[in-house]
Ligand binder design. Structure first.
Ligand code: Z5A
Length: 220
C-alpha cells in the first residue's frame, strides 16, 4: 500500500460480526481480531450501537430497561443516529486510511431486530441505510447462528439482562429468520457458522472460512 500526503491509495475493508442472543459474539470477536492482526493488518475494532461518545450514550438509552424505553420507531432512528456518528468519526476515517474495521454488529442487525423482530418496514430501513451510510457497506460478514433456545439459556447465566435480552424466544426466532434471510440475499458476503458447536469448533470454522477471503483481499 503506498501512502502520500496522509492518504492511502487503497481503502480498507469493513467486516461485521452478527448473531442473536448468546451466540458468543464477544468471545469470538477476539479470535477474528487476532487472525487479522496475525496477517499484518491494521485493525480498528468497534461496535454498534456505540463506537463514539454519542453512540455509547445512545446505546445506554437503547439497552436500559424501564419507563424511558423508546418506541420501536424511536429505537430505529436512535440506532441510525448512532451509526451516522460512528461512520463519520470512526469507520470512514479508518477505511480511508486503509485500515480494516471489525465491527461487532452493523446494519444487518437493524434488519434482523428492528425489521424482522419489531416489524418495522424493511423499505424504511433500506432508505435510512442509503441516507446514513452512502456507499459504506460491509465487505464481509460472519453470522454466528444458533437456535434461540440455546442462546437464551447461555445468556441467562448473565448477572443482569438488558432491554433486548428480556425479549422471549419468539422475538429471537424472528431475529434469526431475519439474519438468515440477509445471508440468502448476498451469499458471497456471508460466512455462516453453526454456533451450537464447541468453542474450538466454532473458532476453527471462523479461521478456515475467513482466511481465504482475507488473503484474497489483503492486496486489493
Ligand atoms: N441492536 C439492534 O437492535 N439493532 C441494531 O442495529 C444493532 C444492535 C446494531 C446490544 O448488542 C443490542 O443491540 C442487541 C441488539 C441491539 N441485543 N441483543 N440481544 P450487543 O452486541 O451488545 O448484544 P449481545 O447479544 O448482548 O452481545 P454479546 O455481549 O457479544 O453476547 P453474546 O453473543 O451472547 O456473546 P458472549 O458473551 O461471548 O457469549 C455468551 C455466553 O456463551 C458466554 O458465557 C460464553 O462463554 C458462552 N459461549 C460462547 N460460545 C460458546 C460455545 N461455542 N459453546 C458454549 N458456550 C459458549
Amino acid at each position: 500500500m503506498t501512502e502520500s500526503a496522509g492518504t492511502v491509495d487503497r481503502r480498507g475493508h469493513l467486516l461485521t460480526l452478527e448473531g442473536g442472543e448468546g451466540v458468543g459474539k464477544s468471545t469470538n470477536l477476539a479470535c477474528i481480531e487476532a487472525l487479522l492482526r496475525a496477517h499484518g493488518l491494521d485493525v480498528c475494532v468497534t461496535r454498534e450501537p456505540g463506537g463514539t461518545p454519542i453512540g455509547e450514550a445512545i446505546r445506554g438509552l437503547l439497552l436500559a430497561e424501564g419507563p424511558t424505553a423508546p418506541s420501536a420507531m424511536a429505537e430505529l432512528l436512535l440506532i441510525f443516529a448512532a451509526r451516522a456518528q460512528h461512520i463519520q468519526d470512526v469507520i470512514e476515517p479508518a477505511l480511508a486510511a486503509g485500515r480494516w474495521v471489525l465491527c461487532d454488529r452493523f446494519t444487518d442487525a437493524t434488519y434482523a431486530y428492528q425489521g424482522f423482530a419489531r416489524g418495522l418496514s424493511l423499505d424504511a430501513i433500506a432508505t435510512l441505510e442509503l441516507l446514513v451510510q452512502g456507499q459504506v457497506r460491509p465487505s464481509f460478514s460472519v453470522l454466528l447462528d444458533l437456535p434461540p433456545s440455546v442462546g437464551l439459556e447461555r445468556a441467562s447465566q448473565r448477572a443482569a439482562l438488558d432491554r433486548f435480552e428480556v425479549e422471549g424466544e419468539q422475538f429471537f426466532n424472528r431475529v434469526r429468520e431475519g439474519y438468515l434471510s440477509r445471508t440468502t440475499l448476498e451469499p458471497d458476503r456471508w460466512l455462516v457458522v453453526d454456533a451450537s458447536q464447541s468453542l474450538k469448533q466454532v473458532q476453527d470454522q471462523l479461521i478456515e472460512g475467513l482466511t481465504p477471503w482475507m488473503q484474497a483481499h489483503v492486496d486489493q
